[in-house]
Every structure is written in C-alpha cells, then in structure tokens.
Write a protein that binds this ligand. Structure first.
Ligand code: TYD
Length: 224
C-alpha cells in the first residue's frame, strides 16, 4: 500500500509559521513531490464553519472541553476528506497545525491535561500521526507584539489570540515539553531569526524525509 508523508507546522500565535509553511511547500514541490496543503482548525467546508465558531470573538466564553471537542470535530472531517485520502495516494500532506496544537493549547493552555487530549486523539487521529512536526518557537510576549502589529494593520485578534499572556505562556511551555518527549519526530526551531535562515533550517529537517521517499520509490520501480 502506498503511503505518503505527513508534515505539520506548529507554534504560538505570531510565530511566522504560515510564511515558513508556504515557502517549505514551494520547496517540496520544486523537488518533484505532489503536495496537499491544509490547515486546522478548518481545511474543509464544514471545518471552516467550525473554525468560525472557534475563532469568532462573538462566540464568547467557550467551555474548554467544548473547545477541544470542536477542534477534534474539525480534525475528524479534514482527516476523512483530505489527509487520509492524500496519504493513501502517496502524496505529501502539509498542515498548518494539527494535533500537537490541541495538546499545547487545550492540554496545557486551557489546562485540560494531556490524558484528556490523548483520549480524543486515540479515537479521531489513531495511527494518523505526523512523520515530522516543526514547532516555531518564540517568546509569546514578543510574538504578541507581532500579532498586535498585524492587528493595527487591519486584521483583528481572534478569540484565541486575544486570550491572556499567561495562557500563551502555558501554550509555549506545552510545546517545549511535547518536543522534549518526542525529539525524533517533533523538532523545535527558533522563530527569532531571519526568514531565510529559518527556512534553511526547516528545509534541512524536511530534506532527509524527501530523500528517503525518493530512494523508496526507486526501489519500488526496480521491483516492478
Ligand atoms: P491559526 O490558523 O494558526 O491562527 P493564525 O492564522 O492566526 O496564526 O490557528 C488558529 C488558532 O487556533 C490558534 O490560536 C491556535 C488555535 N488552535 C487550538 O487552540 N487548538 C488546536 O487544536 C488548533 C488546531 C488550533
């Protein structure tokens, strides 16, 4: 059975993750791989509607468990519609956030704890876990400065971005703890360097996985 490659990008709000993701996707395509790009919460029609509920300020106070359940509802949908079919076709899937965000934001940030998030994860994600997760690490106070800068330029802070600094500090501490527990699969990169330097580091993390895919597909061609 064909099996693709699943890469996810993570980080606190304002870490510059989306810019880096776009450039990484360009790079993977230039290397000749088919890439499907998605994001969470969202990535499907239904998931984007769930995203609206999750991020709209007018949603008001959402119970932490309701927030977690909605994150996983959107995730179940994108897994079914987008991620698993693409992986089964042998393609590369790059997602702007995935389950590590739930462990960091809801597990640590909202203080629901890892076992509660894991219970959802076992049912919804199961064995569909990323081959590589890249976390862009930055001090939330400095990242917040960037987000506020964006807000002044016209995009307003969403419901989760607007949460307290203490919340965002717990999220960051969560990401650091998660990365320490699975260093072979989850990589931390410092987001406070130039866009080009950061992109070079990210490419160096992705490259061995692409090389392995190329070797495997050559072996398969030889066999057939
Ligand atoms: P994102 O799209 O990365 O926000 P932005 O485009 O503003 O960088 O993520 C939306 C928000 O949802 C972000 O604050 C993180 C949060 N989030 C969670 O709290 N849990 C999750 O499981 C996911 C996927 C996202």
């Amino acid at each position: 059975m064909k099996s693709g490659l699943f890469i996810t990008f993570e980080g606190v709000d304002g870490s510059g993750k989306s810019t880096q993701l776009r450039r990484a996707v360009q790079y993977i395509r230039q290397r000749g791989h088919r890439v499907v790009v998605t994001r969470e919460p969202g990535g499907t029609r239904t998931g984007e509607r769930v995203r609206d509920i999750l991020l709209a300020s007018k949603t008001g106070k959402l119970a932490p468990l309701a927030e977690l359940a909605l994150m996983y509802a959107a995730r179940a949908q994108v897994l079914e519609e987008v991620v698993r079919p693409a992986l089964a076709r042998g393609e590369v899937v790059v997602s702007d956030r995935y389950n590590t965000a739930s462990f960091a934001y809801q597990g640590y940030g909202r203080q629901l704890g890892t076992p509660t998030v894991r219970a959802f994860d076992r049912v919804i994600c199961g064995s569909t876990q990323p081959d590589l997760t890249i976390i862009l690490d930055i001090d939330p106070e400095r990242a917040r400065g960037r987000a506020l800068g964006d807000a002044r330029r016209g995009s307003h802070l969403d419901r989760i971005e607007a949460a307290s600094l203490a919340f965002h500090k717990r999220v960051r501490a969560g990401y650091l703890a998660i990365a320490r527990r699975a260093p072979e699969r989850i990589k931390l990169v410092c987001a406070e360097q130039s866009i080009d330097e950061l992109q070079n580091q990210i490419r160096a993390l992705i490259e061995p996985l692409l090389a392995r895919r190329n070797r495997n597909s050559k072996l398969e061609t030889r066999k057939s």
